[in-house]
Design a protein around this ligand. Structure first.
Ligand code: MG
Length: 302
């Protein structure tokens, strides 16, 4: 039986839970019910022993009789509080590079590269606020499938790389197009100013364990701004696939369980049309098999 993992708000607390058979069950209740006193009670905690805990969660889903679900309609929070690292592939879909004016889009002519966001600052969840970054006039959206690492990965092969994915989730890579331009510097681009501001990485609505994701390299992903469909792609449109990204990253740095990799965005961002996010806008995203969530743009943090 398939399940997803969520974090929900209950009495002002973040509660790790599993959704199974249409009901949410607190991990704490599951632990008591099955006499697993060492089962972590947060979703990020499960990554201390992802394989072992997923085995137990699979068993738990077949043994729900007598267990009381959480009340329905609890607010969702960011499912992972918090990832160890947030790593993001840049310019990694053929159609997105075309819309951004990249004329040479053959894979051989493209270099896979990454940038960082700071998890505690950047991660927000379903229904949360994205505060307008200071000084930007060009706040843009990017819907992205995110892979969550399930076991330590160091210099792994492309062939084995997907074995290191524990789960998938949805993400939005919120970007300041103007702040990324740095024509007065040698490198001409400032990734941190463009991408690493507070609230720049909404994730959700849940974690889908990799065993239930099917072919993650062929999942649909969509994004709407104020109800208008802007992006409608498939992960098959990536230049460098998820396995290649993990293999490359794991040669730069060791990947740890609970690290999150944003895998790039398909066409349909605002920049090519000169359309950007404003205070009051709602950004909604939907990921095949994973689900949907939305966030709202609000004035800058003081
Ligand atoms: Mg991106």
């Amino acid at each position: 039986m398939s399940f997803t993992l969520k974090t929900v708000a209950l009495n002002d607390q973040a509660i790790g839970c599993i959704e199974c058979n249409g009901n949410n069950y607190a991990l704490t209740d599951l632990a008591h019910h099955n006499h697993w006193l060492d089962l972590p009670t947060t979703v990020i905690g499960l990554f201390a022993d992802w394989a072992g805990n997923v085995t137990r969660l699979n068993a738990a889903c077949a043994n729900l009789a007598g267990l009381t679900p959480l009340p329905p309609n609890l607010s969702l929070l960011a499912p992972l509080q918090y990832p160890g690292k947030l790593l993001c592939a840049g310019a990694n879909y053929y159609d997105h590079n075309l819309e951004m004016g990249v004329t040479e889009t053959r894979k051989e002519a493209t270099r896979l590269f990454f940038f960082f966001k700071a998890p505690l600052n950047s991660v927000v969840g379903p229904g949360d606020t994205v505060h307008m970054p200071l000084g930007t006039q060009k706040l843009d959206w990017e819907v992205e499938l995110a892979a969550v690492i399930g076991k330590r990965a160091r210099a792994v092969s492309v062939e084995s790389a997907l074995d290191y994915v524990g789960a998938y989730t949805g993400a939005i890579d919120i970007s300041c197009r103007d702040l990324g331009r740095a024509p007065d510097t040698f490198y001409k681009i400032d990734w941190m100013a463009a991408k690493a501001h507070d609230d720049s990485c909404p994730i959700g609505p849940c974690l889908l364990p990799a065993q239930f994701a099917g072919d993650a390299q062929d999942l649909g992903l969509k994004l709407w701004v104020n109800g208008e469909l802007k992006q409608n792609g498939r992960t098959s449109g990536m230049i460098y696939n998820i396995a290649e990204q993990i293999a490359t990253l794991s040669r730069i740095m060791t990947l740890h369980p609970g690290d999150v990799i944003l895998t790039g965005t398909p066409a349909g961002v605002g920049a090519p049309k000169g359309i950007f996010l404003r205070v009051g806008d709602t950004v909604a995203v939907e990921f095949e098999r994973i689900g949907k969530f939305e966030v709202c743009i609000q004035p800058s943090l003081p």
